[in-house]
Ligand binder design. Structure first.
Ligand code: UDP
Length: 240
């Protein structure tokens, strides 16, 4: 069952359930789409009907940000768990390494996906990273061809939202993989270019605060967060 949070319907699932569902999708004909919306993405979807349609048709909609969890609570329909996209990706790579599924890494600046591949192969022994491509290409066709030729099962698409979801919707079929996951800035983390918040921050749901401390220029993007919660309160009061 999905839970509506200000226009985006989230799967009400735990991390283990999300990974099981992804493994199920890998056994069915694709392409399947997994999205990991945070409040910024929900706000974006409200202004972009094409993007909202793609999210509504995704096979798995994972509540990535703590803001989504707070908003769901304020709306009176709490979600069972926060499932950070990057942790979901990590859990999926563990399973992919055990089952021989092939992973393609798409996105970020030139060289970053290659470095991520080196790091991930070391972190997940047995993981087959079957190809990489940077996220600054002009034509979609050759990128879809590269994924198809690599015979990828899973593709991590890290182009930022909504570009990555739109790319998957338009090219997922041609690229031939079963499962596509939109993971935003995760490639930079996998490559060790961007540090993830220490566990203490993660546990307290304060990853956003750590990111803000490291990159104060994100304040403009993040200042929309309180508004998101105010919208949730408004919707609750109006009985939506
Ligand atoms: N990016 C890309 N191609 C583009 C635009 C962005 O590959 O045309 C990459 C960018 O280098 C970064 C990621 O997409 O690695 C977006 O990161 P951001 O933190 O903005 O995404 P979020 O997680 O907030 O959606």
């Amino acid at each position: 069952m999905r839970v509506d949070v200000l226009g985006v319907a989230f799967d009400n699932i735990t991390m283990d359930e999300a990974v099981d569902k992804a493994l199920e999708l890998l056994e069915q004909d694709g392409p399947h789409l997994v999205v990991t919306p945070n409040p910024e993405i929900v706000q974006r979807a409200n202004k972009d009907p094409e993007f909202a349609g793609i999210l509504a048709n995704a096979d798995l909609v994972i509540p990535d940000g703590v803001g989504v969890i707070y908003a769901a609570k304020i709306l009176g329909r709490p979600l069972r768990a926060r499932v950070p996209g990057i942790d979901f990706a990590a859990a999926l790579m563990t399973r992919a390494a055990q089952t021989g599924k092939r992973l393609f890494l798409l996105g970020a600046a030139p060289g970053v996906a290659e470095q991520a591949a080196v790091n991930l192969r070391a972190s997940y022994p047995g993981l087959v990273v079957c190809g990489t491509h940077d996220g600054y290409f002009k034509e979609d066709g050759p990128v879809a061809d590269a994924i198809r030729e690599a015979r990828a099962d899973i593709v991590f698409v890290c182009l930022g939202a909504p570009k990555q979801e739109k790319w998957i919707a338009a090219n997922g079929g041609a690229a031939g993989a079963k499962l596509y996951i939109g993971l935003g800035g995760a490639m930079d983390v996998f490559a060790g270019k961007v540090e993830r918040a220490p566990e203490k921050f993660q546990k307290l749901g304060l990853e956003w605060l750590y990111r803000l401390m490291k990159e104060p220029s994100r304040i403009g993007r993040m200042s929309k967060l309180p508004l998101f919660l105010v919208s949730a309160a408004g919707a609750r009061i109006r009985g939506k």
